[in-house]
Design a protein. Structure first.
Length: 203
């Protein structure tokens, strides 16, 4: 189970989790080209987990020991939740994620289910904004689920119910997409990664 107290380095060693920079993967470069056609900077802004491999953006740290960096811990935990999902369903997880199931868009239940678990973790433990997360899920995960339903679910499941006043402008808790990027060399900002959208988004 992924928790804020988890020894990430030990977990990664035990479960053979690898970290790979996106530009070192042909598959990621292909996805980058594809998403670039739609104006999405997949290589610089999105973290992507496929199986036990976490691909980190080229704007992020260069080293593989990023797993132990506290500044990107929320992002790493998000990605490790996808590793846990993979460990339960193996390649079925990746397949269902890509196709969304039952539909690729709007009612992509499996993609929504997979991401909501990871983002709820960030909302609960790291104070991410519900509305910002829903915006991210809506715009960069292939409109995976109706926005009103996503908002309702997160507010019900999180402790931010009181903020359920909509709008993407919850004070102080509003990470934009740029917050999802870890800038080099500062290994900076806490980063909820919008991992890649639908097709790519193989998690
Ligand atoms: Zn994710």
């Amino acid at each position: 189970m992924i928790t804020p107290g988890l020894d990430i380095a030990a977990y990664c060693q035990q479960h053979r989790v690898k970290f790979v920079r996106k530009d070192r993967s042909c598959m990621m470069r292909f996805f980058g080209w594809m998403f670039g056609l739609f104006g999405f900077d997949f290589m610089r802004t999105a973290w992507t987990t496929i199986g036990r491999t976490v691909y980190f953006p080229i704007s992020g740290p260069r080293r593989e020991w990023i797993a132990i960096l506290p500044s990107i811990r929320p992002t790493i935990e998000h990605e490790l939740i996808h590793v846990e999902q993979y460990r339960k369903l193996w390649h079925m997880h990746s397949l269902l994620y890509v196709i969304g199931f039952p539909l690729p868009f709007l009612f992509a239940w499996y993609r929504w289910r997979s991401e909501r678990e990871a983002y709820l973790h960030q909302i609960r433990h790291y104070g991410y904004s519900v509305t910002a997360v829903v915006d991210t899920l809506w715009y960069t995960y292939g409109w995976c689920w109706p926005r009103s339903r996503m908002l309702r679910w997160f507010y019900q499941m999180s402790e931010f119910r009181k903020m359920s006043t909509t709008s993407s402008s919850d004070p102080g808790l509003e990470p934009s997409l740029t917050d999802f990027v870890t800038e080099e060399p500062a290994f900076g900002a806490p980063t909820p990664p919008p991992d890649p959208p639908p097709s790519q988004r193989v998690s």
